[in-house]
Write a protein that binds this ligand. Structure first.
Ligand code: SF4
Length: 208
């Protein structure tokens, strides 16, 4: 583990987050399996990181009840119901848009299920690829808004200004002219309960 990652883990711990470094995908999988009982219901937010790691499939094959809002069999109303239920699941999984070296975690959300699940879920596990680590809180916000969000807008074909050239124009990105993807921003600065939130720093780049 590099000195930089060691410093980041120390700063995350100082904020009452459990924090660990997992060099390989197998280590990430083991860390998640260790923290989620087989009997637990699991909610998750849409995440390229989770997809790349095939976490949902892993938990489903173990027998966890994973609340999958992306199940193609669901109607849009049923998907919305699952998103709301996920917030109250035993465990909520997600990735961060960015983490600062001081340990602040930044997340964007369109409808707010993601921010609600992270902010108020019973037990939350955040997976963060090495590419998401930046120096300052300002850089973390900038990464989320000016890097991750435009890429997600493009990937999911949302009608927002950044879809054209990847440039955020949040001053005009409002309905009815556009459909804004990053309507909510959550910054986690600390936890009261040291057992609520775990941050896994992965040893590879993951997600956008
Ligand atoms: S505020 Fe609008 S333009 Fe800016 S990144 Fe978000 S969706 Fe794109």
């Amino acid at each position: 583990m590099s000195d930089r990652v060691q410093e980041l883990l120390k700063n995350l711990n100082r904020r009452n987050f459990e924090a660990l470094y997992c060099k390989t995908r197998d280590e990430v999988h083991a860390a998640i399996m260790d923290r989620i009982p087989e009997s637990a219901t699991v909610g998750f937010s849409g995440s390229q990181t989770l997809e790349q790691l095939e976490i949902v499939e892993m938990l489903q094959s173990r027998g966890n009840n994973v609340l999958d809002q992306y199940d193609p069999k669901l109607s849009s109303d049923e998907s919305l119901r699952i998103r709301r239920l996920s917030i109250q699941a035993d465990c909520y999984l997600c990735s961060a848009n960015a983490v600062s070296m001081q340990g602040e975690l930044v997340f964007l959300s369109a409808y707010g299920h993601r921010t609600a699940g992270i902010a108020a879920g019973k037990r939350v596990i955040v997976i963060c690829g090495s590419n998401k680590i930046v120096e300052t809180r300002e850089a973390a916000i900038k990464r989320a808004r000016e890097h991750a969000a435009p890429l997600n807008v493009k990937r999911l074909h949302w009608d927002a200004p950044c879809a054209k050239d990847g440039t955020c124009r949040q001053d005009v990105c409002f309905s009815p002219d556009y459909i804004r993807m990053c309507c909510q921003m959550l910054i986690l600065e600390s936890e009261v309960d040291p057992e609520r939130l775990t941050v896994i720093i992965a040893g590879e780049d993951l997600g956008l």
